[in-house]
Design a binder for this molecule. Structure first.
Ligand SMILES: Cc1ncc(C[n+]2csc(CCOP(=O)(O)OP(=O)(O)O)c2C)c(N)n1
Ligand SMILES: [Mg+2]
Length: 652
């Protein structure tokens, strides 16, 4: 038994003595040579140039060897992975062969571009905690996938990515899609956007790599993992069987010392203006109940980062909403006024903190920060900490709630701090409400958001796309059920919501799944409507048409004195704003589409879209000049930062 194929050898020497014949029957025959001990079923003694004989020798019966593809398929079954998403190419058909006639055990979905499959898997994980498998062919396929992998990595979501590579016998040859000039491989390219990438170089490698990869993906701070898989290995065999998932997964949900928690709690409860910050880590850990229990026990108000939105139901009496540049005023005002903050799983990025400039969102110090994170690297990264605690959000919150209960730690509801906060809530409500009743044409975005909040059932999953559309969701979407708001806060790839909403539908087939997207972001992934129709995945795309990549246009208006270029959709010959006919696009792909120009039409259209349960696009022509209220700031260095348009900077 030859351990591994000999690179650069066998293939060439057997296909042609005088030269190298990468394609055609000779090459194919020589890849599965009669009598080779590498391949399953070596009994054929036929002419190696006969393609049909060569092919038949790859699928023998009665062998105790397994093809690489079968090892992978069997392992995915053992992990109970319900879906595999991807886009075929010559470097993936070997993988697909392992799933042939097995799609009753794992459903195969082929979106119209690799990236869409990644976004779907990302959202699926965020809703279920179950990683899906995602595959591509070689070369451009993996690179098309990369944006969605990065998007998941930045937001601590996870899926298993397997991308094709030239066969082990063709490295460094210049074979189709071989990165031979750098002798590169996809592992090098994926390295900064996955938790780990494995260079699989023989079938046997899969036996250890698969369980390791699945454990790593879900352990600690989750993230995607990647296999760089030379495509011959799908069809090659080895005397192995599919591994079992690790029997005793690593327990990282360990608690910290009780004394540490007690100290943190006493700091918090002896404060005048304490707050709890729920970051994305609370959502990743699904620590909703634990968060609620601790907040209610302590009677301490909770606010969130954008990634943490929906950690508590919007109407929970202790929930202040999101803080940040485009956050909600009560949360932002409270954050800059607090004297002690207990932050759980938050990264303190620029959009959340007002570019770290004191007084817009934070005053740390003097505000004292207790920062809990599963990743020690995050602690103290952007602000000094009074206490840094390495721990899992769920474990920590449960432990803290237990200790607080035992000690009877609590602030009394109705304290001066609570009263102050009530005042800020009222100020914000008074500011927002008139917009929510607006009958302006083109439509005021807050009016349509208010209608969506009224009409959406409590189990609606909202997947934001990226842009102003996302920010309208940040400030005005009201998640009723914990965990059902999803946004791309880290890498923020446009198209995430447009495609990701189908992943939501896979995860929650009985819930309305909605994305709020822009005309820019929709046009990055419009084909997803075809996928929705193809696989019967009804979703609702609420497309805010402002004939612009609005966020960026706004930045030009604010930071570049209105010098707009490259940010509006204009027909060059007419000079007029232009976009395609979005409803017609949806209809051409088998979905439904409707254009809404008057606010009074929106509610009925949205209600019907949710009821009808068919893929539906609602284009809403919004006022493109409505400014996003700024409650913090976001600086574009070196230009000085803008001032809030609601509330003001407060340096303590
Ligand atoms: C793939 C990608 N390209 C560019 C950007 C930069 N970007 C962030 S928001 C945005 C505008 C999005 O436009 P649209 O979807 O129409 O939303 P709007 O801001 O108009 O609501 C752009 C270009 C990005 N985040 N992702
Ligand atoms: Mg737009």
């Amino acid at each position: 038994m030859q351990d591994r194929p000999r690179p650069y050898q066998g293939f060439r020497s057997q296909s042609s003595s005088s030269g190298y014949t990468p394609y055609g029957s000779q090459a194919r025959g020589s890849t599965y040579p009669a009598g080779s001990s590498e391949m399953r079923g070596t009994t054929s003694s036929g002419d190696s140039t006969n393609a049909s004989q060569a092919r038949s020798s790859v699928y023998p019966t009665g062998s105790n060897e397994m093809r690489g593809t079968d090892v992978i398929a069997e392992y995915l079954f053992k992990e109970k992975v319900p879906y595999i998403l991807g886009y075929a190419g010559h470097g993936a058909i070997g993988l697909l062969d392992g799933l042939y006639k097995k799609t009753d055990r794992i459903r195969h979905i082929s979106p119209r571009i690799e990236q869409a499959g990644g976004f779907m898997a990302d959202v699926y994980y965020r809703l279920t905690g179950q990683p899906l498998a995602v595959y591509t062919s070689t070369g451009p396929g993996p690179m098309n996938m990369m944006i969605s992998v990065a998007n998941a990595f930045y937001d601590c979501s996870a899926f298993f990515v397997i991308t094709g590579q030239v066969p082990t016998t063709q490295f460094n040859t210049g074979a189709l899609q071989d990165d031979y000039r750098y002798h590169g491989d996809m592992s090098s390219m994926f390295a900064p956007i996955v938790k780990k990438s494995w260079r699989i170089r023989k079938v046997e490698d899969l036996v250890k790599a698969l369980p390791d990869a699945f454990t790593m993906m879900r352990t600690g701070r989750p993230g995607p993992v990647h296999f760089d898989m030379p495509y011959d290995l799908y069809m090659r065999t080895a005397p192995v069987s599919a591994p079992d998932p690790h029997a005793s997964p690593i327990n990282w949900r360990t608690t910290v010392a009780d004394e540490t928690v007690e100290k943190a709690l006493s700091l918090l409860t002896s404060a005048q203006r304490p707050l709890i910050l729920a970051g994305g880590g609370v959502r990743v850990a699904r620590a909703y109940e634990e968060l609620k229990a601790l907040a209610e026990q302590l009677e301490i108000p909770v606010y969130t980062s954008f990634m943490g939105k929906s950690a508590l139901p919007f109407d929970h009496r202790l929930n202040l909403g999101v803080a940040g540049v485009w956050g909600e005023y009560p949360a932002t005002e409270a954050a800059r006024s607090a004297d002690v903050i207990l932050a759980i799983g938050a990264r303190f990025n620029d959009l959340h903190t007002g570019s770290w400039i004191p007084g817009y969102v934070y005053n740390i110090p003097p505000t004292r920060l207790i920062q809990v994170d599963i990743d020690p690297e995050e602690i103290g990264r952007n602000y000094p900490v009074e206490m840094g605690i390495v721990g899992d959000a769920k474990a920590f919150l449960a432990q803290a709630a237990r200790i607080a209960r035992a000690k009877g730690n609590r602030l009394s509801y109705g304290s001066p701090w609570h009263k102050e906060i009530e005042g800020w809530r009222a100020d914000w409500r008074n500011f927002c409400e008139p917009f929510e009743r607006s009958s302006e044409v083109p439509i005021e975005p807050r009016r349509m958001m208010a209608d969506m909040n009224k009409i959406s059932p409590p189990d609606t999953v909202m997947v934001d796309d990226v842009g102003n559309c996302q920010v309208w969701s940040e400030q005005y979407w009201k998640p009723q059920t914990p965990g059902l708001h999803i946004t791309a806060g880290g890498f923020a790839a446009m198209g995430f919501g447009v495609a990701g909403v189908l992943g939501a539908r896979l995860a929650r087939p009985n819930s309305p799944c909605v994305t709020l997207c822009g005309d820019g972001s929709f046009m990055m992934m419009p084909h997803v409507i075809a996928t929705a129709v193809e696989y019967n995945l009804p979703a609702v795309w609420v497309l805010q048409n402002n004939y612009a990549i609005g966020t960026i246009r706004d930045l030009q208006r604010v930071y570049h004195d209105g010098r707009e270029i490259g940010t509006s959709f204009v027909n060059e010959s007419t000079g007029k704003l232009w976009n395609p006919d979005f409803p017609k696009m949806a209809e051409a792909m088998g979905g439904r589409g409707i254009r809404i120009e008057h606010p009074d039409q929106f509610g009925d259209a949205y209600r019907e879209a949710i009821r009808a349960n068919v893929p539906t696009l609602i284009e809403v022509v919004i006022n493109r000049d409505t400014s996003m209220p700024v409650v913090g700031t976001w600086q574009m260095p070196p230009i000085p930062e803008v001032q809030p348009t609601f509330g003001k900077r407060k340096i303590r």
